[in-house]
Design a protein around this ligand. Structure first.
Ligand code: NAI
Length: 697
């Protein structure tokens, strides 16, 4: 931390831990010593606490949650108390952003001058925590109960301007540091001020309001596991401040040691880690920049993919074979921007700017000057071959060629091109303009520079990118295919699709396997299975999913699949026809249905993901277990509060997981090939390690 700078008789303490001023141990130690120095200095009458124009402080240093330094003295609550007890007035000069523990420091000061466009937040809820240094006690006193509930439970940024009339804001300013110094001088001269901890929270209707909030959060506890604790802590702010702090402290540490918070903190770190590709040797000047993109195929995926680029100002050539297909793509893109304008998320002008960047085309000639061409045509190798051969002859020598294929061999596709080292997979998820996940597929010959460019581009279009090697289905679909297969086998053995879906949905999956199949289209799944019947005849399937498809029950798109879909009604309704079909198959296969408990259903489905995930890790298809978890929490509706399948297995313990897999493998008529624990699980279990030991997080 810099020395205290003197401005007349005001000492300015600079919070300094670039780039975000996270409150790590060093910063805490420095702040304690600077506060003591300022309080004892005869040259100082008042103090200003300042970060930068952009960032006061982002709050706790999350890395310390992993290293165990977060709670080390002097901890954040101690700093809050020190500021509150400072014998000289302290004014927080808050720049554009202030979050979490940073906001608690600001609340502890005697007054606060905010930049007029400042945005503040308590994001702790997203990590399964609650503010733990007085935030739940101070914010309600400063802004009132209702706003505090909305900020602490929502975890979203809030413009300080909207809180201008509250006790939080002493002043708004376009020149925070200068104005904070002027204000500190006034306080030193005796201008009276009531510290926030001495204010009372308005109790009118508070009981009714908090009861309503409590009931609401109870139904959302899986998505936001710390909400009930946050409500209890906020409720305590209606009473004595010190007692409220005790309540907050107890709840904070309970949350900190909860498995949900552990998983959410792990997820936060995993999302930062997945961008790192070890061993890439890239001369930064060699990484191609992408200023213009071509998309071949304007269907479901192609039009969504194009929107990603248009929305961040990158021109797109959208290529189709026929005018009607091209027009459908254009219409989809136009309708996307019209909806955004209707919802006031974009202005008319902004929408026009995006659309002006679109060049619809029926000719490869228009692709000549693109820096990246992404293929999103039918999933058929011979069509892909013709597209890639033409692209390879048309685009500039150094352009990158990408495929959005979900199942085809990218190494084979690369061989159709003059420069296979410039071929990469960009596997978007549907809807491509909404889903955050992008699997960046590294083929055997993909150059490091091309992989780096793809990762850089992913960031630019605001995706979360995970690198995958080439295999059938890459990381996500390879695992989900096993999960769906196991669910199908369970139905044949005795469980109903509705039992399986509801067990997994209650457990936290956004959608059970049968609802998921209905959404994706049962014909899509059948096409994948048919290929597997030929390529891997040893894999065990139930015939029920194919029979469902053969009945024309393709899923949501045909009004019925595993479920029946009634227009205007959300979700599907279980259907007798499916029950009869299942019964028929069981009878003709001589299967006596047996019951499956909820736990059994969950273990079979989730451990299927885990065992296949471990094989993926073992084969080096995924760089680290946490990348697999990012794929699952971002692309497949896996509950973030469980971290992802690999983290869940770590929490259970790999010895336990291995034992369970062995039980499944040894069942009569079981699927021993699949259920036998992967070598990686066996080795790690024996060594007492978990998945994080591989690739590291
Ligand atoms: P789609 O059938 O909606 O669109 C394909 C488009 O490609 C059609 O508009 C068609 O006219 C066009 N096309 C076909 N041959 C062409 C050619 N030679 N030149 C130019 N355009 C041509 O298919 P969808 O769903 O968009 O899938 C495209 C690709 O994306 C496939 O490889 C698929 O496996 C992959 N994918 C699909 C996902 C999905 O959920 N639909 C998810 C992730 C990847």
């Amino acid at each position: 931390m810099k020395d205290i700078s003197l401005n007349g008789r005001v000492g300015v303490i600079h919070l300094s831990n670039p780039p975000l001023n996270s409150i790590n141990l060093q910063l805490r130690l420095d702040l304690v010593s600077k506060l003591e120095e300022a309080n004892t200095s005869e040259a100082i009458d008042a103090i200003v606490l300042y970060g930068t124009e952009e960032m006061f402080s982002c709050g706790a240093d999350i890395d310390e949650f992993f290293s165990g330094e977060a709670g080390r003295d002097p901890n954040l609550p101690m700093l809050v108390e020190l500021l509150q007890n400072s014998s000289k007035p302290v004014v927080a000069a808050v720049g554009k952003q202030c979050m979490g523990g940073g906001l608690e420091l600001a609340l502890a000061c005697h007054a606060r001058v905010f930049r007029a466009d400042a945005v503040i937040s308590f994001p702790e809820i997203h990590l399964g925590l609650i503010p733990g240094a007085g935030g739940t006690q101070l914010l309600p006193r400063a802004v009132g109960l209702s706003k505090a509930v909305s900020m602490i439970l929502g975890g979203r940024p809030c413009a300080v301007k909207s809180l201008e009339e509250t006790q939080l804001v002493s002043r708004l300013s376009d020149n925070v540091l200068t104005d904070a110094i002027a204000f500190a001088n006034q306080l030193a001269e005796g201008e009276p001020i009531v510290p926030i901890q001495d204010l009372k929270v308005d109790k009118v209707n508070s009981d009714l309001f908090l009861r309503w909030v409590s009931n609401t959060v109870r139904s959302q506890v899986r998505r936001s596991p710390s909400s009930p604790a946050a409500v209890t802590a906020i409720e305590a702010s209606l009473g004595d401040y010190k007692k409220g702090l005790e309540v907050e402290k107890k709840l904070f540490w309970e949350r900190m040691s909860s498995t949900e918070s552990e998983a959410l903190r792990y997820g936060f770190k995993a999302e930062r880690e997945c961008w790192k590709v070890p061993g890439l040797s890239v001369d930064k000047t060699n990484v191609p920049t992408i200023e213009k993109v071509g998309v071949v195929g304007a269907g479901t995926m192609g039009s969504g993919i194009a929107i990603n680029f248009l929305s961040v100002g990158i021109p797109v050539v959208l290529l189709e074979q026929k005018q009607d297909a091209l027009q459908r793509g254009i219409d989809t893109i136009h309708s996307h921007y019209e909806k955004l304008v209707a919802k006031s998320k974009l202005t008319d002008e902004q929408s026009k700017q995006c659309l002006n960047l679109l060049t619809p085309s029926l000719s490869y000639e228009d692709m000549r000057d693109v820096d990246l061409a992404i293929e999103a045509v039918f999933e058929d190798m011979s069509i892909k071959e013709s597209v890639f051969r033409t692209l390879s002859e048309t685009v500039r020598e150094n352009a990158i060629l990408a495929s959005n294929t979900s199942t085809l061999d990218l190494n084979k596709i690369a061989q159709f091109c003059r420069h296979p080292e410039r071929v990469v997979g960009l596997h978007f998820f549907s809807p491509a303009n909404i889903m955050k996940l992008l699997e960046v597929v590294r083929a055997d010959l993909t150059s490091d520079a091309v992989l780096s460019a793809a990762m850089k581009l992913a960031k630019r279009i605001k995706k979360t990118a995970v690198v995958s090697g080439v295999c059938d289905g890459f990381i996500g679909n390879r695992m989900i295919n096993e999960y769906l297969r196991i669910a199908g086998l369970m139905v044949e053995a005795g469980a109903s699709p509705w039992e399986i879906d509801s067990a997994l949905e209650e457990w936290g999956m956004a959608m059970g396997p049968f609802r998921m199949m209905d959404l994706a289209g049962n014909d899509v799944g059948m096409a994948i299975r048919k290929r597997t019947y030929i390529e891997k005849p040893e894999v065990k399937f139930s015939s029920i999913p194919d029979r469902v498809c053969e009945l024309g029950r393709l899923g949501q798109k045909s009004g019925k699949g595993w479920y029946q879909y009634v227009p205007g009604q959300r979700g599907g309704i279980p259907d007798d026809e499916i029950d009869r079909l299942i019964q028929d198959v069981r009878e003709s296969n001589g299967v006596v249905a047996r019951p499956f408990s909820k736990d059994d259903i969950i273990e079979r489905c989730i451990y299927a993901l885990v065992n296949e995930g471990a094989r993926i890790l073992e084969e080096g298809i995924a760089l680290r277990a946490s990348d697999i978890d990012v794929v699952y929490t971002h692309g497949y509706g896996f509950p973030a509060s469980r971290g992802g399948p690999m983290h869940y297995a770590n929490q259970k313990g790999l010895v336990v997981v291995k034992q369970k897999l062995e039980i499944f493998a040894n069942e009569t008529n079981g699927d021993a090939n699949f259920w036998s624990p992967s070598k990686l699980i066996s080795d790690l279990a024996q060594q007492g390690h978990h998945f994080d030991h591989v690739g590291g997080l």
